[in-house]
Design a protein around this ligand. Structure first.
Ligand code: SF4
Length: 181
């Protein structure tokens, strides 16, 4: 059965470099130098490109190579149209908040989509899909700038994933002992 799964791919060309601004960096975790949240990376260019994009690892930024916002960056950028954190500083906190919330919700959706591709039970696929769609509805609320309880959303998703992890079928999948597929 083909399921309507979102792509959740990041598209840096359609983004105002939000991860490079909003997120803190820790040099010890592969981000070159320490910087606080809501501070632009010194390598971020005026057009939101990266001046060391072709040599990230050599410059100590292997963390950037592995990071993905799972599509939250371009989504948050799109929300504000022509405005971005640089052109419209008065809207910075709104933009940063939208990205932070969408990043969490997209990250959780990514976990669910990964799980959907691994489970063999139709019931579990449908349950995980329903949860992914619930999170997508919350993303739409973020886009409308309505209040969303991100912690509660995360707790709900993680509870489902924890339950999934205890399912005999999943354990069987991990150990290669499933008799399906
Ligand atoms: S926030 Fe996402 S889309 Fe934007 S630059 Fe970072 S990884 Fe790319």
């Amino acid at each position: 059965m083909s399921l309507p799964l979102p792509s959740l791919q990041h598209d840096c060309a359609a983004c105002s470099g939000l991860c490079c601004v909003v997120l803190p960096f820790d040099a010890e975790q592969g981000f070159g130098f320490d910087k606080g949240a809501h501070t632009p990376c010194s390598h971020l260019q005026d057009d939101f490109g990266c001046d060391i994009h072709k040599s990230l690892a050599a410059n100590g930024f292997s963390g950037c190579i592995h990071y993905s916002c799972h599509g939250a960056g371009q989504r948050a950028t799109r929300m504000f149209g022509e405005s971005n954190w640089r052109s419209d500083p008065a809207r910075k906190s709104e933009i940063y908040s939208a990205f932070t919330q969408l990043q969490k919700l997209h990250g959780l959706q990514h976990l669910l989509v990964f799980a959907i591709t691994k489970v063999v039970s139709d019931d579990w696929q449908q349950r995980l899909l329903a949860e992914q769609q619930r999170l997508e509805q919350l993303c739409r609320q973020v886009e409308l700038q309505n209040a969303v309880d991100i912690e509660a959303a995360e707790a709900g998703t993680l509870a489902i994933l924890r339950q999934l992890a205890t399912e005999p079928e999943i354990v069987a999948l991990r150990t290669g002992k499933t008799n399906r597929g």
